[in-house]
Design a protein around this ligand. Sequence first.
Ligand SMILES: [Zn+2]
Length: 131
Amino acid sequence: MRIARQMLDEIAAHAHEDAPDECCGMIGTRDDSATNLYRARNAEASPLRYVVHPQDQFQIMEQMDDCGEELGAIYHSHTKSPAYPSQTDINLADGWPDPLYVICSIADASPDVRAFAIRDGRVREVALDVA
Ligand SMILES: [Zn+2]
């Protein structure tokens, strides 16, 4: 997936704003390029897990539809752990295997953003093509 550096910065900014809770949102893509970032509420409001608020999810999917975008990725933050899917993340992805999972860790001074495909309980890192 191609993504602008500015969009990664926006995800990190969102992560810092919602800390210590995890933040989450969605990334709309066209032709495997990230075109829009959509913030969502974390329905769990938790520092350990996230659930994209169902109402936000519905609205964002409509907006993506209007923009001719696909749901390219779901993003969330890790405030105290590395940018790697937790077992909770892997379980959550079970019902939704198509989008990539972008995780932004703000555990260290400089944010680390990485993307993963999570299918059938298996995690595979996917390179982000940062423009
Ligand atoms: Zn996580």
